[in-house]
Design a protein around this ligand. Sequence first.
Ligand SMILES: NC(=O)c1ccc[n+]([C@@H]2O[C@H](COP(=O)([O-])OP(=O)(O)OC[C@H]3O[C@@H](n4cnc5c(N)ncnc54)[C@H](OP(=O)(O)O)[C@@H]3O)[C@@H](O)[C@H]2O)c1
Length: 330
Amino acid sequence: MQTRTLGRHGPDVSALGLGCMGMSAFYGPRDDAESLATIHHALDRGLTLLDTADMYGPYLNEELVGKAIEGRRAQAFIATKFGIVRDPANPQARGVNGRPEYVRASCDASLKRLGIETIDLYYQHRVDPNVPIEETVGAMAELVKAGKVRHLGLSEASGTTLERAYKVHPIAALQSEFSLWTRDPQSNGMLDACRKLGVSLVAYSPLGRGFLTGAIRSPEDFDADDYRRSNPRFIGDNFKRNLLLVDKIKALAADKGCSPAQLALAWVLAQGPEVLAIPGTKRRSRLDENLGALDVQLGASELAAIDAVFPPDAAAGERYAAAMMHMVNV
Ligand SMILES: NC(=O)c1ccc[n+]([C@@H]2O[C@H](COP(=O)([O-])OP(=O)(O)OC[C@H]3O[C@@H](n4cnc5c(N)ncnc54)[C@H](OP(=O)(O)O)[C@@H]3O)[C@@H](O)[C@H]2O)c1
């Protein structure tokens, strides 16, 4: 398994992790048996980095990951997150909480659900605009001291926030959406800040929530409660325009002799040695396909050819609807 060093001092983790979110939330019906088999298959293949969060489900995904790693703790590197607060009475609503007492309580609850003694990488899921980052990261640093957490991460934090956080405690990873159709980290200072500080950039939704694989041909492909039905890039005219871009990626992938999913993942990994990606799937067959991206090397002319047909900012529609976009710290 190809590995990349997490943060300045490691450890080394698999260059491609497994995003577990869709197994329990947002992307259609659950199939826990196949999801568990997929996590086991990932570990069998040497993939170590498993990504979850307390708000996926909520809670169900951490429980699923906890079940999957029973008896296999040593093979897994567990990343989870706190800070996005769900309201059981209103499933669409989202709050953010970065207060120290919430950090401590969330960590204890995640440890319990995961059935482990230490979280390998603990992220703040979204920066709380009402709590200085120093206070939140200060509380996270206490968790490291207490042995409950090994490494710290932030998600969707700006480069400036990252620098402030790093002064309180080293940050191993910054997680952000990053893919062919979401290149924000390259233009908003995130990737630069990561490089300066020696922080890994963990690319989430590297397959564009499935769109970049070319497998999604119509919004009608989604279940009625699939989150993507409300995402601007998957709606109406935007969907149609984005499909034209994906068809060009399909053609380039065919020339290269790989699948569009593999091309999309290889593109992310080609953006720099500090970049890791965590594609999500609940199916073993797709996991195998996605790991095949590790064998796809893209040279400068191929990267330029991709840019020519799918330039930065080419995607139609924002990557989140306004309420969620508002929670991104830029
Ligand atoms: N920090 C954050 O705020 C944040 C936000 C979103 C996600 N994440 C993390 O990032 C992970 C990955 O992101 P994501 O799941 O949103 O998006 P993604 O990895 O870009 O795409 C996942 C979707 O693509 C499909 N898929 C995967 N491989 C495929 C293939 N080879 N061919 C066709 N379809 C394929 C999956 O369907 P099947 O499952 O049916 O295969 C799923 O619907 C999540 O699981 C989560 O852990 C973090």
